[in-house]
Design a protein around this ligand. Structure first.
Ligand SMILES: Nc1ncnc2c1ncn2[C@@H]1O[C@H](COP(=O)(O)OP(=O)(O)OP(=O)(O)O)[C@@H](O)[C@H]1O
Ligand SMILES: O=P(O)(O)O[C@@H]1O[C@H]([C@H](O)CO)[C@@H](O)[C@H](O)[C@@H]1O
Length: 173
């Protein structure tokens, strides 16, 4: 009697995870920028432990344009933000890889400064987005992106989550 077909996975070649190709240096982003579909949406952050609030806002941000670029703070930059002496818990390569694995994210890059101002100036996105914890009118990034006719929006929180709260809950157990 003939049973169902048997897949011989052992003969399949192992290839690197395809999402790694979404991670580009700032210089590679600048070189590729002219060929990117518009509007280009840009956001940035530490994204130390990815949570539901992050993935929802990233998906919504992506829907505002033709592609979404996410810039993560390098570890040195993240440490200077003062989120805690042992933060970030996840290194920049891991934070970038998790973001790159999301369907909503087209490109992941990084910046080493305290703010993404310089990178935004080099990439000239059409729209910058942050979560609803930011007042966009108060950010220097907003004035910059508006200087070439772009805009800035904050997406209201749908899910009350934060990396800091998660870390506190884990440590309290
Ligand atoms: N619950 C949430 N819903 C929607 N967006 C969020 C949420 N939390 C953070 N964001 C947004 O995600 C981006 C990265 O934020 P961040 O890495 O500071 O997350 P966080 O969870 O607040 O971390 P931390 O507690 O370490 O400050 C920012 O643009 C921020 O506005
Ligand atoms: O993850 P966070 O703390 O939301 O990310 C920070 O966002 C800042 C924001 O763009 C206001 O300037 C930025 O300056 C900082 O470097 C972190 O990316």
């Amino acid at each position: 009697m003939q049973g169902p077909p048997v897949w011989r996975f052992a003969s399949f070649p192992i290839v690197p995870a395809s999402f790694e190709a979404k991670i580009l240096s700032p210089e590679a982003c600048v070189a590729a920028r002219a060929g990117w579909p518009r509007p280009v949406v840009f956001t940035n952050g530490v994204f130390d432990i990815l949570h539901r609030g992050h993935v929802s806002y990233l998906d919504e941000a992506a829907q505002l344009g033709a592609m979404l670029v996410v810039a993560v703070n390098t570890d040195a930059s993240a440490r200077r933000l003062g989120k805690g002496p042992d933060r970030p818990l996840n290194g920049q390569d891991d934070r970038a890889a998790l973001l790159a694995s999301l369907a909503s994210v087209d490109v992941v890059t990084w910046f080493d400064e305290d703010t993404p101002l310089e990178l935004i100036g080099r990439l000239r996105p059409d729209l910058i987005v942050k979560g609803g914890d930011y007042d966009m009118d108060k950010l220097a990034e907003t004035a910059l992106v508006r200087s070439w006719g772009g805009d800035a929006v904050a997406i209201d929180f749908e899910h009350d989550r934060s990396t800091t709260t998660l870390v506190q809950r884990i440590r309290a157990r």
